[in-house]
Ligand binder design. Sequence first.
Ligand code: XMP
Length: 513
Amino acid sequence: MQKEMIIVLDFGGQYNQLIARRVRECNVYAEVHPYTLDLEKIKAMNPKGIIFTGGPNSVYDPSSPIYDKAIFDIGVPILGICYGSQLVAHLLDGKVETAPVSEYGYTETTVDRSSILFKDVEEKTITWMSHTDYISEVPEGFVRTAYTDVCPIAAMECPERKFYATQFHPEVMHTKEGQKMLRNFVYDVCGCKGDWQMGSFVEETIKSIREKVGDGKVLCALSGGVDSSVAAVLLSKAIGKQLTCVFVDHGLLRKNEGDEVEAVFGPEGPYELNFIRVNAQQRYYDKLKGVTEPEEKRKIIGEEFIRVFEEEAKKIGSVDFLVQGTIYPDVIESGLGKSAVIKSHHNVGGLPDVVDFKEIIEPLRMLFKDEVRKAGLELGIPEYLVYRQPFPGPGLGIRIIGEVTEEKVRIVQDADAIYREEIAKAGLDKGLGQYFAGLTNMRSVGVMGDFRTYDYAVALRAVNTSDFMTAECAEIPYEVLFKVTSRIINEVKGVNRVMYDLTSKPPGTIEFE
Ligand code: XMP
């Protein structure tokens, strides 16, 4: 696989994953590891460079995370960012103290353009600061290479030993030329050539899957979402009919989605694999009858999925490998013991227990979401599938407030399809984080023609978000909302009102649940 690698040592900063992503955007592979990673392990990984991340602590506090000073003697270039920069100063006997004035946000920064790190960067550039401590004296052998009005040492370096440090965050977009600085570090300081290319990842993964699987049997739970689709196509390219994909249609998918998944992965589609579509719609509607509480609905839908899958797995008999669509953020978060952050309800839990298999294959476990998408395009998966919006595992079951019935599913499917169509027509689809229609449990009086109606209210939701942990309501032009409203009311039987949800997250959630 790739030969070059940058290790991102995580000291608890909120942008740790972002640093790795930005490095990978330079076509250099980067892995995030906790700061507790043993120095011997680091050496064995043979990194081209190491980046210390930011973090919320103060280096002079004895309980703060630090690293063995011996890391500076292994001959590997180091870049310290924010807390990481202070750590470099602290460990090498410079001075770090509380800054008289904290800096936060966009900051004009003057850089020394003769530094390799600032090659092609404007002398006066905008950086993103977020700190209360600062470096007040550089360690011996270091020189200052940037400053701001209130931060005398915004960057420093010891080029002979290839140690660099920035008080600001080059990895965030707000640092105007941050990506250039990271590129300078990995190419010009660490000497990387850029061998992290999605094409070769796909090729090499296919090869290694073939070697691993041999003539074994592989089972994959396919949801039609991005991760499981890309995993399934990778496996199918590697081992063809040795792969069986089970797709459970729980009747809570978006309009026509079940058929779309079947068209791509089924016998008429372009891929060689065994595809089993389980039409379990009625089973789910029966189980959900009379259930109104959202968590209970989630539990029922999740459990029923396990039961259906179990029945199919039994029919198939014992398999050698089970495929899971785990991606890198899940790996990092669980590796750092932060698994509580991952919304457990977002993953289909318990699957491995009900399938008789020997080993799990996770072909995407080293990829970020945007890289999964790139791999998908590389594999020739249609764009509409690759850029699919997030969709909850329990599907429309949680976008229908109150009891789920077949009729309500039909209403929300139709309304959602109209909404998505109009958003795309208006050219807004690519710019939005997520948008969909939900069904309130409210019925109210209306008048259509000369008749009184007593029908449901549909809620439209659209948010902007980068991480799905927080979100803001998106401003959809009124004319688009009017058009959607009038189409839904005219075309979807059972609806006489349409509302637009203005709530952000927090305090709301993205889903209309
Ligand atoms: P909330 O509603 O918690 O959602 O703000 C955050 C993001 O997660 C998606 N979501 C899910 N994704 N299975 C998933 O795969 C689920 O059960 C699930 N519930 C919510 C939601 O659509 C949003 O993008």
